[in-house]
Design a binder for this molecule. Structure first.
Ligand code: CA
Length: 237
């Protein structure tokens, strides 16, 4: 399930947003100020953050700047919410690193559309759309993975963790992900799970992909991590 962190000090607004997000199938974590928001992000990286500009203490814009300066949260999908409507403020929000900016009051429909647009761009694995890489197709809605081998469409049997891992790889093909990043984004736990766990599940994933000739789609990048590639592997000299 995709998670959204809602950082909003007005509890009535926070609750209303939370109800709508839960109704749309998102898991919601609430934070009433920057300190709570930081603590939530330190535990688990959410798929997206809705960040109110005006917060007691550190403002939403200051928090956004802090997150953008940190390697772990640099790419965190972020929408800033504000009651201000002036164009100058909007630019300040986007300069702080927000992916989008929403002026209160907004409709649920608009909020959902903006969330989906930001996720599509930055974290497509958080959405339910099917993905296809190198003829391999993964459908989160039906939880099926298939690949055409010759003229036969074969189903790939993967466990739940390998499914999430494959979904993440397929949503960001050709990009190298470190073990720490994979723990953060796929397991949601970068503190208590050992990095070796990633290797175990990558091995299982490759084994699951072997019957459809897909083991080499997941490459080990020495000293860096793993990536999904659709390039033909080059033969070592
Ligand atoms: Ca506020």
């Amino acid at each position: 399930m995709s998670s959204v962190l809602v950082v909003e000090d007005e509890s009535a607004i926070a609750e209303l947003i939370a109800i709508n997000l839960r109704h749309a199938g998102f898991e919601v974590v609430l934070a009433a100020d920057a300190e709570q928001a930081q603590a939530a992000v330190d535990r688990v990286l959410p798929d997206l953050v809705l960040l109110d500009w005006m917060l007691p203490g550190l403002s939403g814009v200051q928090l956004a700047k802090r997150w953008r300066a940190d390697a772990r949260t640099k790419a965190l999908p972020l929408i800033i919410l504000t009651a201000r409507a002036e164009e100058g403020d909007k630019i300040t929000g986007l300069d702080a690193g927000a992916d989008d900016y929403l002026t209160k009051p907004f409709s649920t429909k608009e909020l959902m559309a903006r969330i989906r647009a930001v996720l599509r761009r930055k974290a497509p694995e958080a959405l339910d759309s099917a993905v296809e890489v190198a003829g391999l197709r993964l459908d989160p809605a039906t939880r099926r993975v298939t690949r055409r081998v010759g003229d036969e469409l074969r189903e790939v049997k993967v466990g739940p963790t390998e499914f999430r891992l494959l979904h993440f790889f397929m949503s960001h093909p050709e990009r190298v992900h470190s073990r720490a990043q994979l723990l953060d984004r796929v397991w949601g736990d970068h503190v208590f799970i050992e990095e070796r766990t990633v290797d175990v599940h990558v091995k299982r994933l490759r084994e699951a992909l072997a019957p459809v000739n897909g083991s080499s789609l997941i490459e080990t990048v020495r000293g860096a991590g793993y990536r999904m590639t659709q390039q033909a592997p080059t033969l070592a000299a």
